[in-house]
Design a binder for this molecule. Structure first.
Ligand SMILES: Cc1cc2nc3c(=O)[nH]c(=O)nc-3n(C[C@H](O)[C@H](O)[C@H](O)COP(=O)(O)OP(=O)(O)OC[C@H]3O[C@@H](n4cnc5c(N)ncnc54)[C@H](O)[C@@H]3O)c2cc1C
Length: 318
């Protein structure tokens, strides 16, 4: 049966996918199905966000991974034959999507940033190419059309509590040869910056490793995460590689990005194209980052930042 399916591990991401799924489904009058973990009021919130049908995944045993659901969901998709299947591009979601696409023998557009239906019904998906200097338009000739969508690409679907929908639960998947033997919580230095609402980015303008504390202090004050340019992670090893933003790192989409001593080379700026407000502190008034920035401070970050942090402390009472 034609339809638009979404799969997300988390409710906030399910609601973001429902925004785009609802738009696509309404064009052809098909149903939206949300496949989500059976947790709290997730089903009700997805129905309020536009889902017509909820497929709940029962909690897995501690030693089972999300991948155990792949054969079950593949069987569901083969039976129902949806037109489109969208998956939230978390670290696990990306892995899940690739394996599910292989099971369904269909294509997958990863890190898709926009989707629309052409006049002839073809779904066209967009993703950045060539380091963000071009947009790749992708269409898929097999069913279902599959895409992973990075967190914060779309606003969450607004809630309409008057909506109703069907809810059904999938049986637990059979055990797989893959066993989870331990789970560890990531420490603060290795938070996933792709989902952060504020990112303070450290560049080579930091003279010594201790200077990163300036960024950490600011991040603490504004509830943000610290990211970096490639020289900081790859050459100096002051921060881990997964905090590197840009072409060879990750793309971030916070509401606010503050670049401290970042020159703003294209390979870095590629990673901050989806940012709402870009601020930069750089002592060189000709630094390219100022071309991308909404707000810029020309000055030595070791002089500017302590004053800014002091003012922020006063303003926030912390
Ligand atoms: C194939 C390829 C892939 C790449 N991928 C990435 C990537 O993913 N991410 C990435 O970041 N880079 C990447 N790079 C590297 C990129 O080209 C730049 O070299 C890098 O982004 C520069 O990092 P930076 O801005 O920290 O350092 P710099 O370019 O050295 O800039 C430092 C800036 O700090 C300013 N500054 C110095 N002292 C102070 C001070 N006291 N106060 C205020 N400002 C000060 C300077 O004016 C300067 O603008 C890639 C390069 C290649 C070739």
């Amino acid at each position: 049966m034609p339809g638009v399916w979404i799969f997300a591990e988390r409710n906030d991401l399910a609601l973001e996918l429902l925004t785009v799924a609802g738009g696509l489904a309404s064009q052809t009058g098909v149903k939206v199905t949300a496949i989500v973990p059976d947790q709290g009021d997730q089903a009700d919130r997805c129905i309020a966000g536009g889902a017509d049908e909820i497929v709940l995944l029962s909690p897995l045993g501690e030693d089972m991974s999300l991948a155990a659901w792949i054969p079950v969901i593949a069987a569901e998709a083969k039976g129902a034959d949806p037109d489109i299947l969208l998956i939230a591009a978390t670290a696990r979601g990306k892995d899940f999507a690739a394996r599910l696409a292989a099971r369904l023998d269909t294509g997958l557009c990863s890190n898709c940033t926009a989707l629309h239906r052409e006049g002839d019904g073809t779904i066209v998906m967009e993703r950045l190419a060539y380091g963000g200097t071009a947009v790749d338009r992708v269409s898929c000739s097999t069913r279902p059309v599959m895409a992973t969508i990075p967190p914060r690409t779309f606003a969450p679907a607004p809630a309409d509590t008057g909506r109703s929908g069907e809810i059904r639960k999938l049986p637990l998947p059979p055990s797989t040869p893959v066993r989870v033997i331990a789970r560890k919580t990531k420490d603060r230095s290795s938070q996933d910056i792709t989902e952060a609402k504020t990112v303070i980015c450290v560049g080579r303008g930091m003279e010594k490793e201790e200077d990163i504390n300036i960024a950490r202090q600011l991040a603490e004050l504004v509830g943000g995460e610290v990211g970096c340019t490639r020289p900081i992670s790859e050459e100096l090893h002051w921060l881990p590689d997964d905090l590197c933003i840009g072409l060879s790192g990750v793309q971030v989409k916070p509401d606010l990005y503050v670049g401290l001593g970042v020159s703003g080379q294209i390979q870095h700026v590629t990673g901050i194209r989806g940012v709402r407000v870009i601020c930069a502190v750089n002592k060189d008034e000709n630094a390219p980052i100022f071309q991308a920035a909404d707000l810029g401070i020309i000055g030595d970050l070791r002089e500017v930042m302590p004053r800014l942090i002091e003012e922020l402390k006063k303003a926030t009472g912390r």
